[in-house]
Ligand binder design. Structure first.
Ligand code: 4DW
Ligand code: GAR
Length: 222
């Protein structure tokens, strides 16, 4: 199996808890991906330390060194990805918008996780907005990355309830747990060549275990 594992880079900006969830899943011999590079745009990103402690190669491409030259910033990231023969890019709390040129090089080979049920609540403050809007369900979405932020074909979603006494933090914590369940699963689906992108729709091959995303205990709220 090891020889067939897809070579994955995880891009982070901070804590890296989704990265850790994927690294945990990747310990399984059956997991179809190996995380060979963790790259951050912030030198103090906590996740860098976690990855380095596990012996994974880390890189920092600090956006502050590029003074608004986004093409040059992205070119440096791309150079690192090429140097490590990366086949799949996983954005996990990576907070810099990537240029259309870069995104185009990774079409259907770059995933992101977003803490809302897209297409609702693109952008920031998703938990606060879900509560303020009166949503009974909130959640998270794994999608392929396109040039427009938080757009792109949806691969996997998980829903959780919004409770009457939720604060943005308590809702964020519930959603984060769901993120940690679906992101490793989504990465495995793509790395295992189990998905086909058709326009905005993602087909998951028959025989794949899609139930993990579909049978969340919190899917039906009356
Ligand atoms: C995302 C979208 C926009 C910003 C930050 C994150 C979500 C995922 C994502 C990261 N990079 C992306 C995407 C995406 O969906 N599509 C593309 N690239 N093309 C955002 O606007 N970030 C701003 C900076 C924030 C900061 O440094 O704290 C920015 O100016 O880049
Ligand atoms: C996660 O909640 C992720 O969904 C969110 O940032 C957090 C990163 O946490 N991403 C976005 O908001 C992207 N727009 P982590 O660093 O602990 O994985």
């Amino acid at each position: 199996m090891a020889a067939n594992k897809k070579r994955v880079a995880v891009l982070i900006s901070g804590r890296g808890s989704n990265m850790t969830a994927i690294l945990d899943a990747a310990k399984s011999p059956d997991y179809p991906a190996e995380i060979v590079l963790v790259l951050a745009n912030k030198p103090d990103a906590k996740g860098l330390e976690t990855a380095a402690n596990l012996g994974i190669a880390t890189q920092v491409v600090d956006h502050k060194d590029y003074k608004g030259n986004r093409e040059a910033f992205d070119a440096q990231i791309h150079a690192h990805l090429e140097a490590h023969n990366i086949e799949l890019v996983v954005l996990a709390g990576f907070m810099r918008i990537l240029t259309p040129g870069f995104v185009g090089k990774w079409t259907d080979k770059m995933l992101n996780i977003h803490p809302s049920l897209l297409p609702s609540f693109k952008g920031l403050d998703t938990h606060e907005r879900a509560i303020e809007t009166g949503c009974r369900l909130a959640g998270c979405t794994v999608h392929f990355v396109r040039a427009d932020m938080d757009s792109g074909p949806i691969l996997c979603q998980a829903a959780v309830p919004v409770l009457d006494d939720d604060s943005p933090d308590s809702l964020a914590a519930r959603i984060l747990k769901a993120e940690h369940r679906i992101y490793p699963h989504a990465v495995a689906l793509v790395a295992g060549d189990k998905v086909t992108v058709e326009g905005m729709r993602v087909r998951i091959d028959e025989g794949s275990d899609t139930k993990l995303c579909a049978n969340s205990e919190a899917q039906l709220i009356f």
